[in-house]
Design a protein around this ligand. Structure first.
Ligand SMILES: C[S@@+](CC[C@H](N)C(=O)[O-])C[C@H]1O[C@@H](n2cnc3c(N)ncnc32)[C@H](O)[C@@H]1O
Length: 245
């Protein structure tokens, strides 16, 4: 299976470009705002920064410096255009490798909708912990582990194929499946991750979990988007906040 459909980055930019994605706008960024706390004098890492969406959002806030890393040169270029902020820089890096930073280089690390694009997250979560300064915060947003179960059980009980996670075989599925973006005409390779996979690397790497939230699209802002509204009772996104000891 090819890793992406053609034009993933440009279709992503068109549909989920800055301030266009209702999930980020109404659900994720208000939560990030609330949970980030005071950012003045903080050194930020956005691991898997895509088109710079998060750092563009944070640009109005006071912070010391920010680095966005991504493996896609096209996304790195669009992020540089989208975030013309001298405090921020964008660098190509592979999250499956050791991160190109010294220990304790950052005060806040964000991982927003990235972990389900990685086949293996243990080392990466340990790396995000390594580069955090003691007392620093890791904020993760990922697809809720039970989201896959909804589509798996839909197929099992209706005998029909679902139109969101193509090929999903259940909670413990280790194979990549195709994630169809709701608003963009594109898809990405998606790896299901269980609670064990999200939480154990935190426990093992000196991180103290501070908060776990299970987010859904039951807000009035999602009423006009049928697939979000129809699945408003399904746990969709997992928010994890942990502190480096
Ligand atoms: C769904 S996008 C989310 C981007 C951004 N965090 C956001 O919320 O808009 C996932 C991002 O992870 C990046 N990515 C996937 N696998 C990666 C890897 N092995 N190393 C670095 N970046 C990766 C992709 O290029 C993409 O930009």
């Amino acid at each position: 299976m090819s890793k992406r459909t053609t034009g993933y980055e440009s279709q992503w930019n068109e549909t989920y470009g800055l301030d266009k994605d209702p999930v980020r706008k109404y659900l994720i960024y208000p939560l990030i705002d609330d949970q980030s706390g005071e950012l003045s004098d903080k050194r930020i890492l956005d691991a898997g920064s895509g088109n710079g969406n998060l750092l563009s959002y944070l640009a109005s806030r006071s912070y010391k410096s920010a680095i966005g890393i991504d493996k896609s040169p096209e996304f790195i270029n669009s992020a540089r255009t989208n975030v013309p902020d001298e405090r921020a820089q964008f660098v190509e890096a592979d999250l499956l490798q050791k991160l190109p930073f010294e220990d304790a280089s950052f005060d806040v690390v964000y991982s927003i909708f990235v972990l389900n694009e990685l086949p293996e997250i243990r080392l990466h979560i340990q790396e995000m912990s390594r580069v955090l300064h003691s007392g620093g915060h890791l904020l993760i947003v990922a697809t809720h582990p039970l989201f896959a179960m909804y589509y798996h059980l839909y197929e099992r009980f209706t005998g029909k194929q679902n139109d969101k996670l193509i090929g999903i075989k259940g909670y413990f599925d280790r194979e990549p499946v195709q994630y169809i973006f709701t608003l963009a005409k594109s898809s990405a390779r998606f790896f299901q991750h269980t609670f064990e996979e999200f939480l154990n690397p935190l426990f093992e790497s000196g991180m103290e979990p501070l908060k776990l939230l299970e987010l859904r699209t039951d807000d009035i802002n999602f009423q006009s988007i049928p697939s979000y509204w129809d699945t408003r009772d399904v746990p969709k996104y997992l928010f994890l906040k942990a502190q480096k000891r």
